[in-house]
Design a protein around this ligand. Structure first.
Ligand SMILES: Cc1cc2nc3c(=O)[nH]c(=O)nc-3n(C[C@H](O)[C@H](O)[C@H](O)COP(=O)(O)OP(=O)(O)OC[C@H]3O[C@@H](n4cnc5c(N)ncnc54)[C@H](O)[C@@H]3O)c2cc1C
Ligand code: SF4
Length: 325
């Protein structure tokens, strides 16, 4: 591992200014992703700026919704009583992420910015366009069972690994960002980028910008997170789905659906959402929505099975929320 220096900061301005001035500096929060990448020689940083002492760990309920500080631990957010009551999809997504030890250490800001779990990306022996632009993608011709069926490009087919991001996409969350000059608020849908010709660019975050909080608007939606994986815990999603439904007298007023494990960013199924609007809650409706949700799917050589999994996961998640509505 390349040597690096480490500084703990208590001022947001100092943290941002340091990373702005030195392009070899990086923020470190829980360190559960960054340090692994540094040990594997995938990512380098000469200076790590520890942001854990910044006053960014509050979870506040406001009149418009909740504001979750970026260095809140995954565990604290998952077990927050009001989040469990009002936004169960967030709590469920977090509790199905990582392991208890990792969740105690890892932050929500770090979770949203974790790098892809493509094994070729994480092993510098293999060519990877995300690590070295233009060098080629080993997954396209290699083993790609875990990879994308939506939103991929000929340059990268990796999926975004965060469960939390999928839950937040179904809740239309906003990412609050502080830079050296200004503060920005970006919808989670715009925050993540598709790989296109530049798979090395994963988000709209500029160098030196700090995520300070995540805001989730109030809503009348009932929600649920369903994750399908190879083993019951401590595993990334093959397919996951976050569903939020607003139901009145057994009719769906509005629906939001986001998939994980299938695309380079949380994948909103907008056509399926439109289909559900104004329909009765029953299995036939859910099956129609599932058929629409997979229309644009383009599987890789090893993951055609994900198409059926997406359909079944969506039908099951919708059925769970329908029972609670
Ligand atoms: C074995 C294993 C299994 C896992 N399983 C899952 C899973 O099933 N689901 C899931 O969602 N995740 C999973 N994870 C990922 C884990 O949740 C992440 O490692 C963790 O959330 C990262 O948070 P962190 O605070 O440790 O981030 P760090 O490692 O500290 O940082 C990650 C990146 O974000 C940057 N960063 C951190 N905070 C900020 C900020 N506020 N503003 C700007 N930049 C910032 C850092 O510079 C770094 O580039 C797993 C991880 C491991 C190791
Ligand atoms: S899928 Fe993306 S991350 Fe994986 S090897 Fe190809 S370019 Fe790299």
């Amino acid at each position: 591992m390349q040597p690096f220096s480490y500084t703990k900061v208590t001022s947001q301005e100092v943290a941002i200014a340091t990373v702005n001035q030195d392009k070899t500096a990086a923020f470190i929060a829980g360190g559960t992703d960054l340090l692994g990448l540094m040990k594997d020689g995938v990512q380098t940083a000469n200076i790590l700026i520890d942001i854990n002492s910044l006053p960014l760990a509050d979870i506040e309920f406001q009149t418009t919704g909740i504001r979750i500080g970026a260095v809140s631990r995954m565990t604290d957010v998952a077990f927050h009583p009001q989040i469990q009551e009002c936004y169960p999809v967030i709590s469920q997504a977090l509790l199905q992420s990582s392991s208890p030890q990792l969740r105690n250490m890892a932050t929500v800001g770090g979770n949203l910015l974790q790098r892809v779990r493509c094994s070729y990306f994480r092993d510098p022996v293999f060519p990877c366009n995300k690590r070295t632009p233009g060098i080629g993608c080993s997954a396209i011709t290699g083993y790609n069972r875990m990879h994308a069926i939506f939103g991929a490009s000929e340059h990268c087919i990796a999926v975004h690994p965060s469960d939390l991001a999928v839950a937040l996409a179904a809740l239309d969350a906003v990412i609050c960002i502080q830079g050296a000059e200004k503060e920005r608020r970006i919808s989670i849908h715009d925050f993540y980028l598709l790989p296109g010709e530049t798979p090395e660019k994963e988000t709209l975050l500029q160098p030196g910008e700090l995520i300070v909080a995540i805001e989730v608007p109030n809503s009348a939606y009932k929600s649920h997170y369903l994750k399908v994986r190879d083993r019951a815990s401590y595993e990334f999603a093959l397919v996951s789905v976050a569903v939020a439904l607003d139901v009145e007298r057994d009719m769906i007023k509005s629906a939001r659906i986001a998939f994980g494990g299938v695309a380079p960013k949380p994948w909103r199924a907008r056509d399926a959402e439109k289909l559900l609007q104004g329909k009765p809650i029953n299995e036939a409706t859910f099956r129609d929505a599932a058929a629409v949700a997979i229309k644009e799917a383009k599987p890789q050589t090893d993951n055609e099975f994900k198409i059926e999994l997406v359909k079944r996961a969506l039908i099951r998640a919708l059925s769970v929320v329908a029972k609670e509505s």
